[in-house]
Design a protein around this ligand. Structure first.
Ligand code: ASP
Length: 295
């Protein structure tokens, strides 16, 4: 695997293998060793993704070069290409790139560095899906016969796109619920998912994934108000009571507490939000092993 740009670029068996390897690492398998460095090149803010790439690299013995818009020559107008050439010349073999520009990495795949998409605009966030698949596999074993409900701001969510593709590829049913402005006609179908009423979806779900309301991308007046969003679409404690016993709650973070998810649910017994973060380290380590062909 030279680059990882989107979940759909992986054959089912490759995705299956990455998830299985990530889970094995999560449960104590010894990571392979690799030489050199990983660069995190971030044109958008991040906490979990950047740090988990750093942690994953450390598991394999990679040094970490970190660059972001603030405090780098990106401020002086240096291009993405030149930034990637620079980190490659400094010893990075792989760059985890986060950007607000959907699918932009495709144009950069001929540079002398391997690329992993760390989230690009609304388009894809493949390592988040791998993290979430590991957390769910740990909980339920196989995806086959399981139902994933994704709730909220689907339109702006690269997490929803990657997860819908990943869970579908491994045999789960994917349901989507959200306000019509944030779940426009055709979107569910395009992702091989079914659109449902929120309450109905909650009754059917084994996994309820709540998305962050992406306030920074709400410029076009998609919502009457935050309070209205919470009232109609928030995972409140009352709505969470519709989930069956054994169902789990996920959220890719960061949470807007008491907007899309009630404060008390974030660390409730059915929450696997912390597990998603931990699984993310091991999933990314599995991806780096595969990309670097580490033994
Ligand atoms: N942290 C995730 C991402 O970067 C989810 C979010 O920001 O809403 O896509």
């Amino acid at each position: 695997m030279r680059h990882l740009l989107a979940i759909r670029d992986l054959a089912q068996a490759e995705l299956q293998a990455l998830v299985a390897r990530g889970l094995a690492l999560r449960e104590g398998a010894t990571p392979a060793k690799a030489q050199g460095a990983i660069a995190t090149v971030f044109y958008e803010d991040s906490t979990r993704t950047r740090l988990s790439f750093q942690q994953a690299g450390a598991l394999l013995g990679l040094h970490h070069l970190s660059i972001s818009t603030e405090g780098s020559s990106i401020q002086k107008g240096e291009s993405v290409e030149d930034t990637l050439r620079t980190v490659a010349a400094l010893g990075a073999r792989v760059a985890a790139v986060r950007s607000p520009w959907g699918l932009s990495l495709q144009a950069l795949t001929d540079l002398p560095i391997q690329l992993v998409n760390a989230g690009d605009g609304w388009a894809q966030h493949p390592t988040q899906a791998i993290a979430d698949l590991i957390a769910v596999k740990r909980e339920f074993g196989e995806m086959q016969g399981r139902t994933l409900l994704i709730v909220g701001d689907i339109l702006h969510s690269r997490v929803a796109r990657s997860n819908a593709e990943g869970f579908r590829a491994l045999g789960a049913r994917v349901l989507l619920a959200g306000p019509p402005t944030l779940l426009p006609p055709g979107l569910a179908q395009g992702l091989g998912a079914e659109e449902v009423q929120l309450e109905e979806g909650l009754r059917q779900a084994d996994v309820c994934m709540v998305l962050r309301l992406q306030r920074e991308r709400q410029e076009r007046g998609y919502l009457p108000s935050i309070a209205e969003y919470r009232r109609l679409w928030g995972l409140t404690a009352a709505r969470a009571a519709l989930l069956h016993e054994g169902a789990v709650i996920l959220h890719p973070g960061p949470q807007n507490r008491d907007v899309e998810i009630d404060d008390e649910l974030v660390a409730a017994p059915q929450s696997r939000i912390a597990e998603q973060i931990t699984s993310g380290v091991y999933g990314r380590a599995a991806v780096l092993e595969a990309m670097l062909d580490a033994h």
